[in-house]
Write a protein that binds this ligand. Structure first.
Ligand SMILES: Cc1ncc(COP(=O)(O)O)c(C=O)c1O
Length: 371
């Protein structure tokens, strides 16, 4: 069997009929920028997540930058984030002159909320939990800390559209939340795309203007400095067509996660992400199935030789391990033991809707054989 980590051609073929119809419609109308499909998609995401406003932007990195900017994060401010996140979380802070302050992760690979308080200083302005791998942090505990120190929570929910904690969607706990539609995301478009969620009308208004050269859509007059970061209407149309199937997509991902769990949970050398139905507080959408394994590199080679492609998240480096940028981030390596250990052990197995049950079984058998 040949099992690639992700089948990019499946992105189009999975819902080809719906997508073709949507594309033909926008192309025939010539509706490329800021048209009805964008409005409809924004409304659909707002309704689905329970956010008051959803603002489509160019990608998940721009959405982080714009939401930090709209929340007043700027030069010299410290923002706390997990070291186990994508560079984009830190980039957003850095582009605004703010300083990423890195904390450890817990056993579920998300920000360890119990480590946040120790990282707070006079300069701390915000906490940015990453809702990693399609799972949501313990946001109630994090909010208590944020309230105690008058900090704002801004969520990097790039990987977590539809993930819930205490029945509330990722991206709607904080003052703002950011979601990415990069093709390999659970809801992926045919290029780049992102969306900001918020309930705050002032933040909504600022981001709506900033994404379109600082122009107020009501007057078409420039009212602030902005950039061009609009979610283009062709991508919005594709996303809207695919989003109709999103409940099935999430369900299938959870089934695959459970199948992995049934077949691998008894192997002591492997540690799995929490199973779909073990904790009623969490609803995970399994953007990634990130395991930990002893002898990880040899296991990865063994799987590759047998046609199974895996990845190590972020090219194998947590933020504090990125040599080129490390001087610009604040952290104490002795406070990151779990992240250090994790990056010796973590491995992501193929999990997406193109993966069949037989393929999952083959992957699990191959892992068992290795161990
Ligand atoms: C955790 C996280 N943050 C931010 C991003 C950035 O999103 P984008 O690639 O759409 O800019 C991603 C996507 O790759 C991500 O996984």
């Amino acid at each position: 069997m040949e099992i690639p980590y992700f089948r990019y051609d499946f992105l189009y073929n999975e819902f080809k009929v719906d997508v073709d119809r949507a594309l033909q419609s926008v192309l025939n109308k010539g509706a490329f920028i800021m048209q009805d499909e964008l409005k409809d998609f924004e409304q659909a995401i707002a309704d689905f997540t329970g956010a008051k406003y959803a603002i489509g932007v160019g990608n998940g990195t721009d959405s982080l930058i714009l939401m930090l900017k709209a929340c007043g994060i700027g030069r010299g401010d410290e923002v706390i984030m997990a070291s186990h996140t994508f560079i984009a979380t830190a980039t957003a802070a850095s582009w605004l002159g703010a300083i990423p302050v890195l904390v450890d992760c817990g056993d579920d690979h998300l920000m360890d909320v119990s480590k946040v308080e120790a990282a707070i200083t006079q300069k701390t302005k915000a906490i940015i939990p990453t809702q990693l791998n399609g799972r949501t942090c313990e946001m109630d505990r994090l909010q208590t800390i944020a309230d105690k120190y008058h900090l704002v929570i801004l969520e990097d929910a790039a990987q977590a559209l539809g993930s819930k904690y205490l029945n509330r969607c990722a991206g709607t706990w904080g003052k703002t939340g950011s979601i990415s539609f990069y093709p390999a995301k659970v809801l992926g478009c045919f290029g780049d795309g992102g969306i900001v969620l918020t309930d705050d009308p002032a933040i909504y208004q600022a981001i709506v203007c900033m994404r379109d050269h600082g122009r107020d859509p009501k007057t078409n007059q420039v009212c602030m400095w902005g950039i061009n970061s609009r979610l283009d209407n062709v991508q919005a149309a594709v996303l809207l067509a695919k989003f109709k199937h999103y409940p099935q997509t999430m369900q299938r991902r959870r089934e695959i996660a459970q199948r992995y769990y049934n077949r691998l949970a008894s192997i002591p050398e492997v540690t799995l992400p929490p199973a779909p139905n073990v904790d009623a507080k969490h609803f995970d959408i399994y953007q990634n199935f990130e395991i930990e394994a002893e002898n990880r590199d040899a296991l990865r080679d063994f799987l590759r030789e047998r046609g199974i492609e895996t990845i190590i998240q972020w090219g194998g480096c947590a933020l504090h391990q990125i040599k080129a940028l490390v001087k610009d981030m604040h952290f104490d390596i002795s406070h990151l033991p779990r992240t250090e250990l994790l990056f010796k052990r973590c491995l992501i197995l193929p999990l997406n809707t193109s993966v069949t049950d037989d393929e999952v079984d083959y992957i699990c058998e191959t892992i068992s054989r290795f161990l």
